[in-house]
Write a protein that binds this ligand. Structure first.
Ligand code: ZN
Length: 357
């Protein structure tokens, strides 16, 4: 679970293949409870699950029984054959080009009237073979690639024969079986959010419900700019560049790792530094500067937070920092130093935070 969480927080998710792969592995693991440690698995065994996951998504999206009208701001593919199919990718150059697998599934879908079990057996075999190739080419190694490095971390599995095989790391297959419902839940909700963000036009209502239920604090932080500017000047907290052009309120301890907005956790940074840091913990020079800032300005900041009705608890935030850096050390995690620059955590974080080893 530690490794999986690391892949979710530190991996890059431009499409939905990785979520499909995680769910497929979990479902497969439940079906194979006594998988022998070290045995190679042909990813062909994952293909039926992968196919079943994408099958319903290959048809044009419709609300209730109303089939979509052309020209709505979703399903805006370059390929007219896919009109109305929800986008699964975002932020990439080829975002409007359909993933090969969706096209092939769509064709099969039409061939058998949308009922997978009615698909001609030969066509099904061909389709699963193609899915197997997609798994090998797309998510299999990318799933384990962290933003900080080009080389896969291989925390869940290692490569096996001819690129189509993998070997699970010790205990991983059993853990996937054990935690299958949790993996499924996490991967599904990440997948849903991904599709919502990729198709904002139509799904605004769903997205609004989600952000109503689980408000994303990142939207309401402009108030913090003034007090933070007073405390740190108009320089980026991380790179010390001028903030005149772009300014973001950054959760020093990442929001994805600690979802409470406590005043002393915020710093001002460039948009670019903020999004490059993303969900990773900041490196030790940054940690040192953050502790210093709170020592020097913590009290003044506290009373400004009071004026703005922003909750704060400096000692609690420091304790959360200790807890997060402790976990990072146990994982041997990389810390973020700057755009494109990471370094493995060093034990000195304890001195910086005044934590007893
Ligand atoms: Zn910066």
């Amino acid at each position: 679970m530690t490794n999986l969480q690391r892949l979710l927080l530190e991996g890059e998710y431009v499409g939905t293949y990785k979520y499909a792969l995680l769910i497929s592995i979990a479902r497969w693991a439940v079906e194979n409870p006594h998988w022998e440690e070290g045995r190679e698995l042909d990813v062909a065994a994952l293909a039926p699950h992968f196919l079943e996951l994408y099958w319903p998504q290959a048809k044009p999206f419709a609300v209730a029984d109303r089939v979509q009208e052309p020209g709505l701001p979703y399903g805006d593919w370059e390929d007219p054959e896919l009109a109305g199919v929800l986008l699964q990718d975002r932020g990439q150059r080829q975002a409007r080009q359909a993933p090969r697998i969706l096209k092939e599934i769509l064709r099969a879908y039409r061939e058998c009237g949308g009922v997978l079990s009615k698909l001609d057996p030969g066509a099904r075999i061909a389709l699963e073979r193609s899915v197997r190739k997609t798994i090998r080419d797309m998510p299999l190694w990318k799933l384990q690639t962290l933003r900080s490095s080009q080389k896969p971390a291989e925390v869940l599995y290692h490569p096996g024969r001819n690129g189509y095989h993998l070997r699970f790391a010790p205990g991983v297959a059993a853990s996937f079986a054990h935690f299958a419902p949790l993996v499924e839940e996490i991967a599904r909700s990440a997948w849903l959010r991904h599709v919502l963000r990729s198709n904002p036009g139509l799904l605004g209502a769903h997205a609004r419900v989600e952000s109503f239920l689980f408000p994303d604090a990142r939207n309401g932080l402009r108030l913090l700019r003034a007090p933070l500017l007073e405390a740190q000047g108009d320089r980026c907290f991380y790179c010390d560049g001028s903030l005149r052009r772009s300014m973001a309120v950054d959760h020093f301890l990442p929001w994805a790792r600690y979802r409470r907005d406590l005043g002393h956790n915020f710093v001002l940074a460039h948009q670019r530094c903020n999004s490059s840091k993303s969900d990773t913990l900041a490196g030790l020079p940054h940690l040192e500067r953050w502790v210093e800032r709170n020592q020097l300005h913590g009290e003044v900041l506290g009373s400004r937070f009071d004026d703005l009705r922003i909750p704060h608890d400096q000692r609690l935030v420091q304790r959360v920092a200790t807890s997060l850096y402790e976990l990072a050390e146990a994982e041997g995690a990389d810390l973020w130093l700057g755009p494109g620059s990471m370094a493995v955590i060093q034990p000195e974080w304890r001195q910086i935070l005044g934590a007893v080893g």
